[in-house]
Design a protein around this ligand. Structure first.
Ligand code: MF3
Ligand code: CO
Length: 289
């Protein structure tokens, strides 16, 4: 779409096009002509949207901090869910998982060999030595945030601790690989290298994603990507990086009873960390931690 330079920018910023996305569009068109996979405009957030998404991310981080302050041996994963629900709602927000495609709870709690989408349950009691991922997602003023952390319960084996730490490094290394106008495949390429170097495997069946105006937007952020491939990440995009790393093989199976929870097929431990990343003009910003 051609835009007159003095008309308002397509991004909804309220600024004149020539003072907003004119240069962006020049670069965008050049890359498109060269054959790069360019993002649709819907994936480019304007400054007002970014402010709202950051507020949502702040509440989301608050939920995770609140969980961190209360999680302990003997607590059920249902108790964690209650903490998440109460904190979220008391901050004027909505837990995004609740009712999402039929998901019954306010967060995901994935213990030991559970890879992701563990459903909080009053009968699942956290035991000394467990590792658990708490994955929290928030809707605030209609804007989405999504992040997760690992928690180590009581005295955890060296083996489990190393998996949790290396998985966090995988997330951080994936985030470091993000460059404005770089390709989404760079992220997974960096992650898979670090995981394999440590003798671990990277889960292929789930991926990171665009986030903000919806819970899950394009692009798909594979954690086993190939350098210089996939969608270009431009300023204004927000994505998650959320590698799931298995101590053993990456193959999974899904719980036949609940249709959600996935487990490592070989029963090996699995860990995951997730953050949201804003791509800016010259750098990136981590929106949740
Ligand atoms: N929070 C997950 C993610 O990181 C999605 C969970 S979907 C749910 O993308 F329904 F299980 F909550
Ligand atoms: Co996510």
């Amino acid at each position: 779409m051609e835009m007159k330079r003095n008309t308002l920018c397509w991004c909804g910023s309220g600024k004149k096009y020539k003072q907003c996305h004119e240069k962006f569009d020049e670069k965008y068109q050049m890359m498109k002509i060269k054959g790069y996979h360019m993002p649709h405009r819907e994936l480019i957030k304007n400054p007002k949207e970014i402010i709202e998404i950051k507020k949502s991310a702040q509440i989301n981080s608050g939920v995770l901090d609140y969980v961190a302050g209360h999680i302990r041996t003997g607590m059920s994963t249902e108790d964690i869910d209650k903490l998440v629900y109460e904190y979220t709602v008391s901050h004027g927000a909505i837990p995004a998982p609740l009712g999402y495609e039929g998901f019954p709870k306010s967060c995901c709690t994935s213990v030991n060999d559970e890879v992701c989408h563990g459903i909080p349950d009053p009968n699942v009691i956290l035991q000394d030595g467990d590792i658990v991922n708490v994955d929290v997602s928030t809707i605030y003023h209609g804007y989405y945030a999504d992040a997760s952390r690992m928690f180590m319960i009581g005295n955890v084996s060296e083996e489990a601790k190393r998996l949790v730490e290396v998985t966090k490094e995988c997330m951080e290394i994936g985030i470091k690989a993000i460059k404005p106008w770089g390709c989404v495949g760079d992220i997974g390429a960096a992650i898979v290298e670090h995981a394999h170097k440590n003798g671990y495997s990277v889960v292929r069946d789930y991926a990171g994603h665009g986030v903000g105006k919806e819970f899950h937007e394009d692009p798909i952020v594979s954690h086993v990507g190939i350098k210089n491939t996939g969608m270009v990440l431009t300023p204004g995009m927000i994505i998650t990086v959320e590698p799931m790393i298995n101590a053993g093989d990456w193959h999974l199976y899904i719980d036949a009873d609940n249709g959600w929870t996935s487990y490592s097929e070989d029963g090996s431990l699995s860990a995951q960390w997730e953050n949201m990343i804003l791509i800016r003009e010259h750098d990136i910003e981590i929106l949740s931690a």
